[in-house]
Design a protein around this ligand. Structure first.
Ligand code: ADP
Ligand code: ASP
Ligand code: MG
Length: 456
C-alpha cells in the first residue's frame, strides 16, 4: 500500500467510550465503518484515572489502597472476561495491574515521587489500548497496539509535561507513518516520554491533546473526537438543558470554548489542528448517526453569540504594590515569577496600584496538586501584597465581532442584573467576553445568559 493514504483520519475515544465492552464495540463499529481511520487514540476507562490519581497521592491507608486497586481491576477484568479470547492479553493486563500495585505501594513510602506518579497514571490508558486492539482483532481487522511514549516526546515536567512538537513530528513520520499504512494502530492518549525515556503525562483530559499532536505529526486530514455528546453544544448540556448542538465552528471559536471551560475539548487540542490544518469533528460514540460538530479553519456562519462556557473553581489573585505607581517592570516581574511556577494566567485587569488575575486550571497537573503553592506566595511577597479569593466561576460569552458590535455590553449586563460580578474582561479578543461571579451563582448566570443571548 502507498505510504501516504488518500485520506487519513485519527479517531480519539474518551473515557466513557471505552468504559466497558459494549462501549468498546461501539468504537469498533465506528472504526470499521470508516477505512480512513488509521490511528486510534484511547483514554483510560471512565473512573480509572481518578482512582489512579488517588493511588498516586501516596497518602492512603492500606485498606483504601487495596479497595481502589480492586475497583480498577474490576473495571478492566469486566472487559477482558467478555472478550472472545481473553487469554490472548490476560498476562499483559495482569502485568499492568501488578505494576499499579507496585507503584502505589512505592508511592506510599515515597509520596510525591513524580516519576513514579506519572508511570502509575499512564497505566489506565495502557489497559485501554490493549483491550481496544484485541476488540479490533476479534473483528478481523489488522490492528496493532502501539506505545505512545515512542512518539509523544515531551519535556520532563511530570504531571503536566509540554510536548516537543518537532520531535513528535519526526518520530510520527519515522515510526507511525509506516505502520498506519498497513493496519489500524491503537495507541494511548495522555501519556508520553521525555528524552531519557521516562513516562510523562500531559495533564488531566490530555488525550484530546495527544490525538491532536499525533494527527499533526502524521499530517492527518481529519481528527475525530468521539465522546458522550453528539457534538459541541451552545453550552454544557448538563448545565443548560436547552443548549443546542452546533454544526460548524471556526478554530477560533472552538479554541475559546475549550480554553474557557467547555470540557468537551482539552484546551490545547485546537492549536495543533490549526498548525496542520486538520479538520476536527466531535461526535457521540453511541450515536454516530446523529452527526456532530465540525471545527474548521473557515466556517460560513459567524454569529455574534455562539456559545457560553462555565469554568468552576476559579481563583482570583489580586496583587497590590505600592511601588507600582508610575513604576516600570512590576508586571514583568510578577509574570516571570508566575511563569517560573508554570502558572498560566488567563484574565487580567489592572489599576494604578494593583493587578487582578485569574489562573488557568483546566488541563491541570495530573497529580491534583493545588496551583497556588506556599513557595509561590513566598516568592511574590517581597514584590506585592497578595490576596487570594477562591470559589469563583468564570463565565465566557463566545462568538464573533464581540469587541466591535454595538450594544453587546448592555445586553450581557442586563442578563446579569442582580449578580455580583467580580471582574469583567473584554477587548483582547473579538471572540469572547468574560467575567467572574461567585461559584454558587455560576450556573444560574449561564442559564439566564443562554435564555437572553441564545434564545431558541
Ligand atoms: P471524554 O471522556 O470523552 O473526553 P469529557 O467528559 O472530557 O469526555 O467531555 C465530554 C463532556 O463535556 C460532556 O459530557 C459534557 O457534559 C461536557 N461539556 C462541557 N461543555 C460542553 C459543550 N459546550 N458541549 C458539549 N459538551 C460539553
Ligand atoms: N485519562 C486522562 C484523564 O482522565 C486523560 C483523558 O481522559 O483525556 O484525565
Ligand atoms: Mg475529555
Amino acid at each position: 500500500m502507498n505510504e501516504r493514504l488518500s485520506t487519513l483520519s485519527v479517531a480519539k475515544f474518551g473515557g466513557t467510550s471505552v468504559a466497558d465492552l459494549p462501549a468498546l464495540n461501539h468504537c469498533a463499529d465506528i472504526i470499521v465503518s470508516d477505512p480512513s481511520v488509521r490511528l486510534v487514540v484511547v483514554s483510560a476507562a471512565a473512573g480509572v484515572t481518578n482512582r489512579l490519581v488517588e493511588l498516586a497521592s501516596g497518602t492512603l491507608d492500606e485498606t483504601r489502597r487495596q479497595l481502589l486497586l480492586r475497583e480498577v481491576a474490576a473495571i478492566e477484568y469486566a472487559m477482558l472476561d467478555r472478550l472472545d479470547n481473553p487469554s490472548a492479553i490476560a498476562a499483559e493486563l495482569d502485568g499492568y495491574l501488578a505494576e499499579m500495585d507496585r507503584l502505589s505501594q512505592f508511592l506510599s513510602q515515597h509520596p510525591g515521587e513524580v516519576e513514579s506518579m506519572d508511570r502509575l497514571l499512564s497505566m489506565g490508558e495502557r489497559c485501554s489500548s490493549l483491550l481496544m486492539t484485541q476488540v479490533l482483532l476479534q473483528r478481523k481487522m489488522a490492528a496493532v497496539n502501539f506505545d505512545a511514549c515512542l512518539v509523544v516526546r515531551t519535556d520532563d515536567h511530570f504531571g503536566r509535561a509540554t510536548p516537543e512538537i518537532g520531535a513528535i513530528g519526526r518520530l510520527a513520520r519515522e515510526q507511525l507513518a509506516p505502520l498506519v499504512a498497513h493496519q489500524v494502530v491503537v495507541t494511548q492518549g495522555f501519556i508520553g516520554s521525555d528524552n531519557r525515556g521516562r513516562v510523562t503525562t500531559l495533564g488531566r483530559g490530555g488525550s484530546d491533546f495527544s490525538a491532536a499532536l499525533l494527527a499533526e505529526g502524521l499530517g492527518a486530514d481529519n481528527l475525530a473526537i468521539w465522546t458522550d455528546v453528539d457534538g459541541i453544544y451552545s453550552c454544557d448540556p448538563r448545565v443548560v438543558s436547552r443548549a443546542r448542538p452546533i454544526q460548524e465552528l471556526s478554530f477560533n471559536e472552538a479554541a475559546e470554548m475549550a480554553t474557557f471551560g467547555s470540557k468537551v475539548l482539552h484546551p490545547a487540542t485546537i492549536l495543533p489542528a490549526v498548525r496542520s490544518g486538520t479538520s476536527v469533528f466531535v461526535g457521540s460514540t453511541r450515536e454516530p448517526e446523529k452527526g456532530g460538530t465540525w471545527i474548521r479553519n473557515r466556517c460560513d456562519s459567524k454569529p455574534v453569540f455562539r456559545a457560553l462556557s462555565l469554568r468552576r473553581h476559579q481563583t482570583l489573585l489580586t496583587c497590590h504594590s505600592l511601588n507600582m505607581l508610575h513604576a516600570q517592570g512590576f508586571l514583568a516581574e510578577l509574570f516571570a515569577i508566575l511563569a517560573r511556577h508554570r502558572i498560566s494566567v488567563d484574565l487580567i485587569t489592572t489599576s494604578e496600584v494593583s493587578v487582578a488575575l485569574t489562573l488557568d486550571q483546566t488541563g491541570s497537573d495530573s497529580s491534583g496538586r493545588a496551583l497556588i503553592s506556599e513557595a509561590l506566595l513566598e516568592e511574590l511577597s517581597p514584590l506585592c501584597r497578595v490576596e487570594v479569593e477562591q470559589d469563583l466561576a468564570l463565565v465566557a460569552v463566545i462568538g464573533n465581532h464581540i469587541a466591535h458590535t454595538a450594544g453587546i455590553g448592555l445586553k450581557v449586563l442586563e442578563a446579569m442584573a442582580g449578580s455580583n460580578v467580580r471582574m469583567i474582561c473584554q477587548g483582547a479578543s473579538a471572540h469572547n467576553l468574560c467575567f467572574l461571579v461567585g461559584e454558587e451563582e455560576g450556573e444560574s448566570v449561564v442559564r439566564r445568559l443562554h435564555d437572553s443571548l441564545l434564545p431558541e
